[in-house]
Write a protein that binds this ligand. Sequence first.
Ligand SMILES: Cc1cc2nc3c(=O)[nH]c(=O)nc-3n(C[C@H](O)[C@H](O)[C@H](O)COP(=O)(O)OP(=O)(O)OC[C@H]3O[C@@H](n4cnc5c(N)ncnc54)[C@H](O)[C@@H]3O)c2cc1C
Length: 414
Amino acid sequence: MKDSVDIAIIGAGPAGTTASLFLCREKIPHLILDKSVFPRDKICGDAISGKASDILHKIDSAIHREFKLNTDKFLPCNGILFSAPNGKTLEVPFSNDLSQLKYAAGYVSKRFDFDHFLFRKLDRDFASVIEGAEIKYVAHVQEGIELHYFHEGKNKILTCKLLIAAEGDRSLAARSLGGYKMNPENYSAAVRAYYRNVKGMHSQNFIELHFIREILPGYFWIFPLPNGDANVGVGIPSHIVSQKKINLKDAMQKIINEHPVFRERFHNAELVGEIKGWGLPLGSKRRKISGDNFLLAGDAASLIDPFTGEGIGNAMLSGMKAAEQAKRCMEEKNFGKDFLKQYDEEVFRNCGDELKLSHRLQKLSRHAWLINLFFNKANRSKTLREYLPVVLYNPDNRKILVNVRSYLKLIFGH
Ligand SMILES: Cc1cc2nc3c(=O)[nH]c(=O)nc-3n(C[C@H](O)[C@H](O)[C@H](O)COP(=O)(O)OP(=O)(O)OC[C@H]3O[C@@H](n4cnc5c(N)ncnc54)[C@H](O)[C@@H]3O)c2cc1C
């Protein structure tokens, strides 16, 4: 016998749990399935942006408060330290006056902890949760969508009127319902590792992005973790990886073992666990993210910022918008693609411009000379340095960075 529900969510990462938490808040019953059993690891840089933190606040201010107070698991981070291909570094705090910040602008937390934190907040009165349930097949049927999944050694079938597909990068629903095909131009590959005893970590927990010539327009990152370890990785657009035949693990280890600065900083460092790789579906090309009876959210909808590699914020944003759309569907009893289009509009109204700008910045960051020029000038000009937080961390102001001419104007105008 087939089970049936009105709303099913696949994936309990940030996109799926955010959708579920908003549905719980509206007292709308639904089912959420994940192939993993929580807590589980997710390969990630573990940097939680201000956008993600803001959405957490929208979900529930008490949950947000609990998150902010738990600094053992969620480390407040106050800015970014960049380095240019010529080795010049630049510190850009999230605000020119850190004491004026109401909340830390960002956090770093192992996804093992952050995702588990969200997962534990699901309200079981409205969210029926099935862990260890792997979706194997999805298709349209007369009632809506049929899901085939494997759970506790058995194949099971479920139908739903509305599917929120939030199963991440390798989403089956994105491919079989949304017609998604991976394009290396809109995709990045990355590896991540945890290291203990990395020297020279920033005293105010700045995350570090290093633009190293050999891996441009990608970067090498070092992010501080709450337990004193570091999340370390390399991310590079996939078409560059294939063009230059880069092996990401080798590229990262070469930086750690041979780069004059990092060789020193990693001298006594110890790898904790393995170096692991995963993909980043970038939001550099707008795609259709809904259709009859389904919505795609998070990585399943390719919403990762092409310049920074940040995806948790937009995963949570789309989860929230998916829940709002689900509520409208239930009220209007309409699950048709024309009605669901509102979801695409809502999502891209909130992050579309930002994604476009970041795509242009990603293209500009291919030019080592331009990054060097920028860092040299910023290091000399206090006015430019003070202006940077305003430009970098406010997507509306980032527009000034999107073409070489306005970029040069910014540099020479300050
Ligand atoms: C190396 C790397 C570094 C990154 N660094 C950052 C960073 O520092 N900050 C940032 O904001 N973003 C970062 N990102 C991007 C970020 O990890 C993703 O954008 C984010 O996890 C997307 O959330 P999601 O909920 O859409 O998907 P996911 O977090 O991938 O969650 C998907 C869930 O679906 C489940 N699932 C998958 N398939 C199935 C199936 N068939 N059946 C049932 N369940 C299934 C999985 O178990 C998982 O729990 C990074 C990504 C990578 C690869």
